[in-house]
Design a protein around this ligand. Structure first.
Ligand SMILES: CCCCCCCCCCCC(=O)SCCNC(=O)CCNC(=O)[C@H](O)C(C)(C)COP(=O)(O)OP(=O)(O)OC[C@H]1O[C@@H](n2cnc3c(N)ncnc32)[C@H](O)[C@@H]1OP(=O)(O)O
Length: 304
């Protein structure tokens, strides 16, 4: 299996240094939840040291999306990007009104295999059967339409999402989650970077668990349209995942009872030759009494 970096490969995050996301320190305050629709890819950022440029890229429908503003290009801070000692929730970018940066798009840390699979999944999504879910650094901006239903309009920055805790492109989790039109299935295309290594050359089991939990959790969120918590996760690790490998975690709802949503997840290579892990999970939505079938799952726990 090909690795995204080789020693001396200047594409790699270990050579590229920090700040590949175009931001350092804390991210911008989220002013709006109007994010790009799930099936368009707003930008592919090309990078040279110290410069991040938004360039248009083709959408899956063949149109060319306008460059999406980034904090780096449109919101250049005038102070060093270090967290404020007074309030950890305010950054130099906080006054900017840019939209949050969608990170579920190609960057310089994505391997050719990752880009190829991403394009394949975008093509598959073009008929509306799937859609790409934008992904942001902060959890509350994640799956915004679902979160908004669960907790109302978000007016402050959410906590930083664990999977987006590594800024260096390609070093940690690089991923894009696709949601099936049924709302009961998610697929996460993921490249596991070198900071996720456990045994030499292989991804840490906790990283695999994180990938699975996030894919399953996103599926549960989409089903419940409300806040959910993972109550149980059982994983069988069947084969080690090489660092740098591109995998697909495929999760679906199996059934639900009351507040519990039962889900399954399989992690495979992109050719489906290797089953790396299989898992079952139970997520519980965190308000209301629950219900016996999908139709009666509370659509808005905040008001129901
Ligand atoms: C926002 C953007 C995000 C954006 C991110 C989106 C994707 C990322 C998803 C990440 C998900 C996570 O990592 S979540 C973080 C990891 N998970 C957690 O921290 C959960 C910790 N556990 C809890 O908070 C709690 O135990 C809950 C919520 C799971 C359940 O507590 P509860 O609501 O008080 O329920 P309780 O009354 O005790 O029990 C109700 C019924 O459920 C059963 N039950 C209770 N707990 C469990 C359990 N762990 N496993 C099985 N069954 C259980 C009880 O036996 C009982 O059955 P009966 O008597 O009725 O038959």
């Amino acid at each position: 299996m090909s690795q995204p970096w080789e020693p001396g490969d200047t594409r790699g995050p270990l050579m590229g240094g920090r700040g590949g996301r175009g931001q350092r320190g804390l991210g911008p305050v989220i002013q709006t939840l109007n994010v790009p629709s799930g099936d368009s890819v707003p930008q592919l950022r090309h990078q040279s040291p110290g410069v991040t440029t938004a360039v248009p890229v083709p959408t899956p429908h063949g149109a060319t999306a306008a460059p999406h503003p980034t904090a780096t290009t449109d919101c250049v801070p005038t102070a060093p990007l270090t967290p404020s000692p007074v309030c950890c929730c305010v950054s130099p970018q906080a006054l900017c009104s840019v939209s949050p940066q969608d990170l579920a798009v190609p960057n310089t840390g994505w391997s050719a295999a990752m880009c190829e699979q991403f394009q394949r999944l975008l093509r598959r999504a073009a008929d509306g059967s799937w859609r790409r879910i934008p992904s942001y650094r902060r959890g509350l901006d994640y799956l915004p339409e679902v979160v908004q239903m669960a907790v109302g309009v978000v007016t402050r920055p959410g906590p930083r999402l664990f999977l987006r805790s590594v800024d260096e492109e390609g070093a940690g989790f690089e991923y894009a989650i696709f949601l099936h039109a049924s709302g009961h299935r998610t697929q996460c295309l993921c490249q596991l970077g070198p900071y996720l290594e456990g045994h030499h050359g292989f991804a840490h089991g906790g990283a695999i668990a994180t990938l699975i939990d996030s894919t399953v959790g996103t599926c549960a969120l989409a089903v419940a349209k409300a806040s959910v918590m993972t109550a149980k996760l059982s994983i069988s690790y069947l084969a080690p995942v090489p660092v740098g490998a591109v995998v697909v975690a495929d999760s679906r709802m199996e059934r639900h009872e009351g507040r519990k949503i039962f889900l399954s997840c399989h992690v495979r290579d992109t050719k489906r030759d290797t089953l790396y892990a299989e898992a079952t999970g139970e997520d519980m939505w965190c308000c209301g009494d629950g219900a016996g079938d999908t139709e009666t799952i509370p659509q808005n726990c905040a008001s129901g």
